[in-house]
Each structure stands twice: as structure tokens, then as C-alpha cells.
Design a protein around this ligand. Sequence first.
Ligand code: ADP
Ligand code: MG
Length: 698
Amino acid sequence: MTDVPGIFASNVFNDEKIRERLPRETYESYRASIESGGSLDIHVANAVADAMKDWAIEKGCTHYTHWFQPMTGITAEKHDSFLTPLEDGHVMMEFSGKELIKGEPDASSFPSGGIRATFEARGYTTWDPTSPAFVKDNTLCIPTAFMSYTGDVLDKKTPLLRSMDRINHEAVRILHLFGKTDVTRVDATVGPEQEYFLIDKEMFERRKDLQYTGRTLFGARSPKGQQLDDHYFGAIKQRVKAFMSELDVELWKLGIYAKTEHNEVAPAQHELAPIFTTVNIAADHNQLTMELMKRIARKHSMVCLLHEKPFKGVNGSGKHNNWSLSTNTGENLLKPGKKPEENTQFLLFLSAVIKAVDEYQDLLRLSVATAGNDHRLGGDEAPPAIISMFLGNDLEAIVEAIINGEDYESQGKVIMNTGAEALPEIRKDTTDRNRTSPFAFTGNKFEFRSLGSALNISCPNIMLNTMVADVLSSFCDELEKADDFDSAVRRLIRKTLKQHRRIIFNGDGYTDEWVAEAESRGLLNLKSTPEALKRYTDKKNIELFRRNHIFSEKEVRARQEILLENYIKIIDLEALTMLDMARKDILPGVSAFTQRLAETVQRKRAVSKEINVSAELKLLNKLSDLLGRFSEKLDELESKVGGSTAYRGDIQRHAEYNAREIFPVMEEVREISDEMEMCTASEFWPYPSYGKLLFSVQ
Ligand code: ADP
Ligand code: MG
């Protein structure tokens, strides 16, 4: 049995360990500057660094790294050793406060969106003392923010921390108006549920598409897919079980509260849900979780796929971002309580979220926009590309009653009769679940469900924190002026709900009726990544970021450029991989099979002119036809890929070209190939089939 409490956070230099290892006064001064957000005295920094180093060396570390999250979406590390040479030829292990606080990685090879030319290489990493340092692979990892020499933001953590400061400030302001002057801090809390696929390593290695692009570019449906619904919550297979157990232990050591793990809807698909925590720590933890999933899967001869849509015709993988606000006094600000209709504080926060989501639908949508996620959104397995909110029956009725000035009494939790005496009575939640909504209220938090599985959760949370903070700020401005606070709050709630009720939708988001209805309500339907990203630099958005000190206009434009460029590169890479696989493997494979068929026809006929060769001839005809069309489509795809040179220098139009011209031809190429796969003998087909990929792990 694993001693969970014993190993939990054993690889983390958390507050408890800092306290144990620092003199009391030094520790108190350290805490005080963290809590006030002030700068750290160099003597204190030296003491923390020294204690951190001693602890890390005890853990077997020889190196340290400033661990950061550049705009690539993954984490970056540059390892330095603690080694310091002494004059007498000996060495000692040293780590100073300066080294802890500031690092200088060569920043030129990380994407900056034109903020920095390659010759301007200098970049800085700065310690984020609110996310604890940890040990990974005998290296002390120090979570850091990353910026350029000129102070421009080059990472995902800095804006996230800024957005946390904003929401903290504005939420505290509101709570003070409600008389809660004991509240000194409000944190955004997040619990990201992570979906992933596990497939056999040997199968993976035989698929160039999975290796180069993370998804299958070809592949006919397997006769058995997810139609029997027999995988969801099904019994977990032995190899997967071993993987999950090891993953849990490694996550626990890093202080990550991995709690639930179960199979998902698709074959070979699984989910991991951690217990929620402060958003910047949740973001760091989610990056670590994804990294560990990949690494531990390899140890078990499997590969963990985090792509949003690895298999066509099979549900893709997403990430559910459960978001709420919580005070230092332990109050969850999105908890409605027994009588939400009387809970004006809750209703005010709820109204703020409703207004924010309505006004910044575009930002939420674009925060989850990637080439991979385009396959999921709107595909009847994930929320549509239209952003709307689900409140559930009870809250929606309250909202309606407020708008109409009517009374409403919440039903609260009702006792559910299970119909069998042996079963205990259970209390039923006031709302059912709505799986189709992109942004659903789930009792005491909002669940943003449009995230793709591979996404760094910082981006959507930067948006959420910033837009809600901005609305709260305008609420405060209004309420601080009011003579009669209570009636001013009620008026404000009613006005806000009235203005933004269009964003609330409790029905089935997968239907065509909703698409039409959303359009008539004036909601955005940004179908593709380039379409969504275009909105990043809309005036109202640039203003929002500037007003809240999250990004300058230059930084917003840089981010937009990086994301568009990333989209272009992915589509190009997929198209080139497709051409390579098609010409080097698929075409020759099918051609060889047709040759075999032709030979069979000839040989059979040599035996007797009368012999029936209709099956071979029919297949030969069909495949030869398909092969001809396939080859023409490949030429078309190649010329489309070449055609993008016309857009050099105009990144928005280039991305739109890739979406409009290249992507649909890729779909056509695939369709022909999949049809050929269905009638080509297995021994001639160059790649493992969907059946082999999806059911390879037992
Ligand atoms: P389910 O979605 O199945 O109802 P839970 O209610 O346990 O499951 O929540 C799913 C995720 O939401 C978990 O990661 C959980 O930690 C997280 N969560 C729960 N409460 C909060 C909260 N107040 N803030 C942020 N995340 C939360
Ligand atoms: Mg969920």
C-alpha cells in the first residue's frame, strides 16, 4: 500500500518546508512580502535560496532550472548546476537569492510575435513565489515568469498573475461594500479535468501522422468504435491501471491532488480530475500532469495522445476548466446557498459573470482556438463554437423572475425517492447536467468546457479573470456612489440580467435550431481558429487588456500573431505529412494490391477462360478508379500548399487561406484514402488500422 499522506508533496518545497528551514524572523519577513506582493529583501531571498538548495540536494538534485511557460504552449527549462568552483580547485554547491529571483535564458528562440528580433536575445525569468518549487528528474524546478529585456511579456504566467491581481482587487472591493471587511484576498480557483488517449507504443511508431502531427490523417472507421457505449466508466484494463497508479504516485509527490480517474466515452480514452486549487498553481500542475502522462505512458510501452482529435469518427479529448472565486475567509463566491433568490451578493457575482461572458464571447472563444480544437467544437461531441451559458432550471427561473419583477422561491435540494427501501435517501441537485453547454453553472462554479485537451489553461483563465474583474470594477464604481446600497444592488442586478439574458441558453447546444436561434440573438459563431483569432485585436478587447494592465496593444498583437502562425504551421505540417504518407506508402501499397489483383485475374483466366473473375475485376476497377482520383487530389493539395506563398506577409489572410483552401482538400484526400483502405487487403495497407490503434492496449 502506498503511504499517500507520507509521499504527498514530498517533492515540493512548499510553505511548510520553508517555515521549518528558515529562522522565524526571516520566514515572517518572507511571508509578509509575498502577501503584500512587495519585493523581497536580498538577505531574505538568499536565505530562501540556500534552504531551497539544501533541501534539493538532500533530494538528490545537482541542478536547478527556472521553469517557465513560453508562448509555445509547453514548458521550457534551462538547467544550471549548483556547482561553484573554489580557488583551491575544489567546488561547492551554491545557490544565491539573485539566482533564485532572476534567470537569463537566451530568449531568441522562443516565439515573441515580432516583439523581439532574433539579435535581441536577452530575456529574463522571474521567480513566482506563489507557486512552489519542486523536484523533477534530479533538478530543482523553480516556477518563473518570462519577459523580454524591454519588459514585454513573452509567456503565459505573467498575464495570468496580473489577471489574478485584478480579480482579487475588484472582488475584495465589492465584498467590502457588502460589509465583509475581514476579506483581504480573493483567488480564482480552478480544477481542470483532463482527457487523454493511451495507445500501444508499437502501433504509434508505425504511424507517421501520429508521430509528426499528433493525430491520424488517414484511417477508415473500425467496425467496432464507441457505438456500444461500453467504455465510459467501464472496468479499467490492467496496463492502464498500472499506468494510472504510477501516475497518481508521481503526481502526489508533486503535491498535485489527482483524485478521480476513469475511462471516457471513446475506446482507449481516459480522464484525470484533480482537486481544484488557486489558478496559477492549477495551471502549473496541469502542465506537469500532461508532461508526466506522456513520460509515464512510455515507461508502460504506451503513448499518451493529448491531441484534441486523434481519431476521426471517435470523440476527441477536451479539458473542462472548472472556475470559481474564493476568499481568504473560506467563502466560495459562486455558492448560491439555500435561498439564492435572497442572496444578493451571489446574484451580483453571477450577474457579473453573465455580463462578462456576453460582452467577451469572442475572447473566450479565441482563448480555446487551435487547429486541433477546430475538429471538436461544433462536432456533436464538444460544445458548439457559439459561446452561451447554462444556468440550470432553478437559477434560470430566478433570473427570469428578477427580470420580470416577480417573486420566486427556490426549490432547493429535494429528496429523491430511490424506490427501494434498502437504498438510502439521496438529495437531488437543483439542476441537471447539460453536457452540450460551453459554459455551465454546476452548483458552485462555472465549467468552461470548450478547451482542447492539449491547451495550457492559462489563456482561458486570463480571459475569465480579466473580463469578470473589469465588470466588477464598473459595478463597484456604480455602487460606491449609491446612497441606498441595497436597492442600488438590486437595481444593478436586474439591469444587468435584462441586458445580457441573450447569453443564457439551457437547451441542447448540438442542434441546428440553436445555431439559428443564436444567430437571431446576435451571438457570435466563430467557426474556425483564424476567424476567432481575428477578434483578438478588436478595439474593445485591446482596451480591456490595456485598462486592466494585462497586455499592451503591442503584446496583444504579438499574441495574435504567434497563434495565427502556429495555426498556419500546423495545417502546413499536416498537409505535407499527408502528401508524404500518401505518395510513399499508400499509393504504392494500393498500386501493389491492384497489381496482385490483375495478376490473379490473368492467372485464373490462364486456367480457364470460363472462370469467374468478377470479384477481382470489380475490385480492380474500383481501386484503380479511386487511385486515379487520389493521385489527382494529391496534386491539387500540393498546389494549394504552394499557393500560400501569395499571402506571405499577411498572416491573417494566410491563416484564412489555409483554413479555406488547404484544409478542405485534406479532407477530400482522406476520404478517398479511407475508401481505399476499406477494400485493400490488410497485408497491402501500410499502416495499422483504427481497430488496431484503438484496441491495442489490453
Ligand atoms: P463533477 O464535474 O463530476 O461534478 P466535481 O464537482 O468534483 O465533479 O468537480 C469537477 C472539478 O471541479 C474537480 O476538478 C473539482 O476539484 C473542481 N471544483 C470543484 N469545486 C470547485 C471550485 N470551487 N472552484 C474550482 N473548481 C472546483
Ligand atoms: Mg466536468
